[in-house]
Design a protein around this ligand. Sequence first.
Ligand SMILES: Nc1ncnc2c1ncn2[C@@H]1O[C@H](COP(=O)(O)OP(=O)(O)OP(=O)(O)O)[C@@H](O)[C@H]1O
Ligand SMILES: O=C(O)c1ccc[n+]([C@@H]2O[C@H](COP(=O)([O-])O)[C@@H](O)[C@H]2O)c1
Length: 215
Amino acid sequence: MIGLLGGTFDPVHFGHLRAALECLQMLDLAQVRFIPLRVPVHRPQPQASIAQRVAMLAAALADEPRFVLDQRELHRDGPSYTLDTLRSLRDEFGASQPLCLLIGADAYAGFLDWHRPLAILELAHLVVMHRPGHDPIASPALRQLYQERACTAPHQLATQAGGRILLQTLTPLDISSTRIRALIARGHRPRYLLPDAVLTRIEHDQLYARPDRRG
Ligand SMILES: Nc1ncnc2c1ncn2[C@@H]1O[C@H](COP(=O)(O)OP(=O)(O)OP(=O)(O)O)[C@@H](O)[C@H]1O
Ligand SMILES: O=C(O)c1ccc[n+]([C@@H]2O[C@H](COP(=O)([O-])O)[C@@H](O)[C@H]2O)c1
């Protein structure tokens, strides 16, 4: 069973890394593939360049062999639709490999507005990760979808290639890329919210700093 964590990663932080590790351990995943998007469907373009986000992710993932940096969305033009990514992963891993799309509760809140959400569920399970401040089931439509697809025991995910939804509790970490960018813009160091190796890259490139604070 393979976990997939798509994101903007602007920058990657301990909220991503701890969530991925806990899912890996609790769902017995062989690996978690971190998939940085190229063109967001639903939000402004990231502040860091593709090369900078890749360098930060590579630094963050280096210590954990079961974390894989998957750059397939970066090689594709047009909006980075998750459906296209899953089709490409199916071509690589085959029709029967269970794929678990790991998404935070904030992302699940918008899931029904994604490009062809039900087609996504034909290709992968959804693992909705609790996130502080976000109700994992934020609307009646999401509740209905969850009730139709609910999986209550992680081992059930391994018996199907996709189609189920699991709510996953995690150690709650109220960390976001937005907050890290805001701290840096105010001149604060966001140490202990993200790996030091990522902070080193941010400081080297003077990322997220207000222009008048750049050296
Ligand atoms: N602290 C966290 N706990 C649980 N899930 C998280 C956490 N941070 C991010 N995620 C999830 O990881 C995925 C990628 O997140 P993303 O790269 O957008 O980070 P973010 O911190 O939400 O960024 P931003 O603040 O810029 O929106 C999303 O599914 C998101 O919900
Ligand atoms: O495919 C879509 O329509 C779609 C719409 C919104 C978000 N996504 C994906 O959801 C993942 C989390 O997005 P974000 O904004 O939290 O970084 C990321 O991989 C996005 O590409 C995908």
